[in-house]
Design a protein around this ligand. Sequence first.
Ligand SMILES: [Zn+2]
Length: 296
Amino acid sequence: MKQAALLLALLAAPVLAADDPLTRPITTSYTDRWMQPRAPIQIYGKTWMAGSVHLNTAVIDTGAGLVVIDAGLPQFEPQLKAQIRSLGHKPSDVRYILVTEAHFDHAGGVAALARDTGATVIASPYTVAALRKGQTGVEDPQNGDLKPFPSPKRLRAVPDGGQIKLGDTVITARFTPGHTAGSTSWTWQSCAPKTGCRAMVFMASLSATAADTYRFSAPEHAPVVASFRQSFAKAKAFPCDYLITGHPEHSLTDDKVAAAMRTPGSVSWEDKGACAATVTRFEDRLNTTLAREAAK
Ligand SMILES: [Zn+2]
């Protein structure tokens, strides 16, 4: 009996070794979309949009290492490393991983990517605390609907307006709370030799998404609505030539992404109105939700 158990353990060993807790799949009904592979897309200069067809990650080549913004699902991380290699870099070139929000669809893969690259993870103080726990708290409008995710090591908090400098690039943290209390957008300049520098934005989700029982109009949630309003005003005023959103559908049409994948270089991503237009859609969503709640 003992020998049989030992034999079973030996047979099972390779399977156990392959089960990486940091890239273990988080099951969701959206996984088909969020895992759908695509090649990285050059947005402008040395800024790339990596990730899957329906979850974006930014990769910025600073000339002295890479900065990555968001990392998608845990199970996507091996693909993200392959995308970094396809751009001619090593995963160990990643120096910083910046996080827009502590939800599993954007931050789930951060722990594995930080481990595999040695990078430092930078986020707002709220997001750093949530990353330590692998989830946000009861104050999150989506509390109860969210999957816990692996917690990364080497975390560093940045204040609102704080700058991350690496190589030729300076990236500014701009707190845009609402969707989570720690949501942070990131802005930087990306430059190209002949056409100069442009203002780049990776905007955190400003989507008023909530669990079924949550009411944005409840008096105790007035501060959440107020922080959304402040973030809308702030994000509309970002210097914004190029916009990347974690969920592409917040700022782009599927057609545009599909065209860029079909014929690389065929699509211009420059859109000075993208930040304002995207924020207006988020604003409409919150207003519609508040109106629906009031009608009940
Ligand atoms: Zn979220």
